[in-house]
Design a protein around this ligand. Sequence first.
Ligand code: NAD
Ligand code: ZN
Length: 355
Amino acid sequence: MNNSKNVGNYIFGKGAIKELPKLLEAKRENGYILYFIDHYFQNRDLEIELKDGDEVFYVDTTDEPKTEDIDRFRDRVLELQKGIPNAIVSIGGGATLDTGKAVSNLLTNGGKAEDYQGWDLVKLAGVYKIGVPTVSGTGAEASRTCVMTNSKSGLKLGMNSDFTIYDQLILDPSLTKSVPKEQYFYTGMDTYIHCIESLNGRYRNAIGDAYSQQAIELVREVFHSEDMMSDENREKMMVASYLGGCAIANSFVGVVHPFSAGLSVVLGTHHCIGNCITMNAMEEFYPKEYLEFLEMAEKQGIEVPKGITKDLDDEVYQKLYNSTVIHSKPLSNALGDDFEQILDFKKVKEIFQKM
Ligand code: NAD
Ligand code: ZN
């Protein structure tokens, strides 16, 4: 049975980021604070009151995190010759939040990031860490994983561990105001998709279901409304993302995420847009949700890209197939243990062709 852990503490509300200096006071003694901040904020004022000795590493989120990126950040910390930081603060979307989690674990556990891709391989608690999401939807702020791609092996898998969970969150909806509208929609849809996948799955859990149901309700309110990015809706979306992240710990995803992972590994498509591209081909598996997804995208004036697989040959389709059906846990959650009889090469190719 699952022995579930959640985030230690959180502060929620507009302007909550101003609480950060206070939270860090107790952590400063004989040490320094290390910040991972999304590169979008490089020349923008986040009002975080950096102190002498603090270190800021900007995270280039043009591509999603690779295990080598995490190792490189670890090396940069060691090159400072200041020891391990007393706290790590990550400010950004899922990619930056995951980077902070992974480096925190790596600094105390040693070795390389790839050594911890899997379940419960992290042996020691990482550096104390605070997460500050600036775009809502992945649930990375609440989940027990940090997704990284190992470009040598092609493995896209996180450090699934209780030690990966943030000790403290600052959930400040004013930070998501500047997110481009498309990105806001794609990332927000990640919550919806996680939750519909888990609610349609075979492995159910009453607490996971409750988190998922409430998260979906909030996403619906936001994406069926006139202005998905109003102050009130950005607040709702931040709550939905947090609840969706809590749900992941108690559930499995389904058909969408494995296909999206295939797109990511083979074509480099980012996670959240990849999910939306996949949703366009999911009528057969999630008919009601497929229609609702189209409705919400239309309402918000979002054009999900189409035709991204149109010029591919069978060699590429084979790669797509391999990197999709490898995800046996979510696929058997959705389709049963003999999912490979349903998803044979021909069928998987057909589904990708609809994208
Ligand atoms: P992201 O971190 O990839 O960022 C997307 C873009 O938004 C970037 O260009 C970034 O610069 C920009 N951005 C972020 N905040 C902004 C702001 N306030 N204003 C303007 N621009 C801003 O976004 P994401 O969709 O949140 O995260 C995707 C990542 O999360 C992927 O790497 C995926 O693998 C990971 N993920 C992790 C989990 C988990 O549980 N750990 C779950 C799902 C996805
Ligand atoms: Zn996701």
